[in-house]
Design a protein around this ligand. Structure first.
Ligand code: NAP
Length: 270
């Protein structure tokens, strides 16, 4: 089978996916298994390969015999992010080196070094740890997932008011992003970055209107002013990219419509 980049696909590799149960990681797992690779799912609650990035526990056994590591782990708490993503990356790279891993694929965020948010500073530090680390690497920078936008609107709109700032976004379905990560895992280490982004660029306020229309949520959308450097960076499209290496195909509206069809109980009756 030919590779999306024109290369021949490598024969089945053993690939460890840290965070293989998460929003992105579960799609990466499915994608790489469908391509014939031997995939190990690593996470704190993984029954077969329990690991903890923050302490390094379990990594040596879980990485034994692996050709490639994909790091799709995440921490949703601000405090936990630095430990899981920066200290965790150093632990993962050291264990990867000891196990003879030939390629470390790190998932990161488009524009994380352009937008002043604490979590993005952690992602930039994680990328740096990877670039300085002992294992050949590729960083796959991805824009915000449709899943994240959908969750954020649902959480912000739960009191029937939906405050949304002006922000240029290029959201992508996690399943589309996973194909870009799988492509990177199959290719040789790039010692550099590749980017994946959604099929269209839209303002967060436009996305919120789409979310209201498709889900039928009756919420009052309000403008949320975002002053300072953060507001400027978001309005200027700091989280978007003009020339992604991979462009997703599913729009936010299409993804919402599929999501609503798959889980009708989550779509409130008008
Ligand atoms: N969300 C977005 O819109 C977005 C956009 C672009 C890039 N990204 C990047 O994509 C990656 C994945 O994000 P996501 O939203 O898919 O994550 P997620 O759904 O929150 O999943 C996180 C995964 O990491 C595992 N994990 C957490 N702490 C761990 C630890 N200490 N040791 C081992 N495993 C741990 C979790 O499993 P356990 O709880 O079982 O450990 C889970 O499988 C991150 O690098 C993120 O920055 C996200």
């Amino acid at each position: 089978m030919s590779h999306p980049g024109g290369l021949r696909r490598p024969p089945g590799m053993r690939i460890a996916i840290v965070g293989g149960t998460g929003t992105l990681g579960s799609h990466v797992t499915e994608e790489l298994r469908a391509r014939g690779h031997d995939v190990r799912v690593l996470s704190r609650r993984s029954p077969e390969h329990p690991v903890d990035l923050t302490t390094g526990a379990g990594l040596a056994a879980a990485l034994a015999g692996c050709d490639v590591v994909v790091d799709a782990a995440n921490s949703r708490s601000a405090k936990g992010a630095e430990r899981a993503l920066v200290d965790g990356t150093r632990n993962l790279l050291a264990a990867g080196r000891a196990a003879g891993v030939g390629h470390h694929v790190c998932v990161s965020i488009v524009g994380c070094d352009r937008v002043p948010v604490g979590y993005y500073r952690v992602k930039t530090a994680q990328e740096q740890a990877v670039a300085e680390g002992p294992v050949p690497w590729t960083v796959v920078r991805i824009t915000q997932f449709h899943e994240l936008a959908g969750e954020a609107f649902a959480a912000l709109g739960r009191w029937r008011l939906l405050p949304v700032p002006k922000a240029r976004l290029q959201t992508i379905a996690a399943a589309d992003a996973a194909r870009a990560v799988a492509d990177a895992a199959e290719r040789p280490a790039r010692l550099g970055r590749v980017e994946a982004a959604g099929p269209e660029t839209a303002d967060a306020r436009e996305l919120a209107r789409t979310w209201r229309a498709v889900t039928g949520r009756r919420v009052l959308q309000l403008p949320l002013p975002l002053p300072g450097a953060l507001g400027r960076a978001l309005r200027a499209g700091g989280l978007t990219t003009g020339r992604p290496d991979t462009r997703g195909t599913v729009t936010f509206a299409e993804w919402l419509a599929r999501d609503a069809a798959a889980a009708p109980e989550r779509t409130p009756v008008r």
